[in-house]
Design a protein. Structure first.
Length: 74
């Protein structure tokens, strides 16, 4: 960034309309009682059982395959 205007623009970019650049939102509809039952208890048990049977299934039934780790010293 070379100017005060650029700095202000960068700070505004990171702050507005919502602070940050990443958000966590539901990837499935959570509108009806059935949606909630599938997503949470008792539906989540089926996914857990499949993962226990074969841990590779974690990529199929969770967000594990969509995440990365970032390590930084600042």
């Amino acid at each position: 960034m070379t100017t005060d205007n650029d700095r202000k623009a960068a700070l505004d970019y990171h702050e507005f309309p919502v602070p940050g650049k990443i958000s966590v939102t539901a990837s499935k509809p959570l509108v009806t009682q059935r949606d909630l039952a599938l997503a949470y208890t008792p539906g989540v048990a089926a996914a857990c059982e499949e993962i226990v049977a074969d841990p590779v299934n974690a990529v199929r039934y969770t967000s594990r395959g969509n995440l990365v780790g970032v390590i930084t010293n600042g």
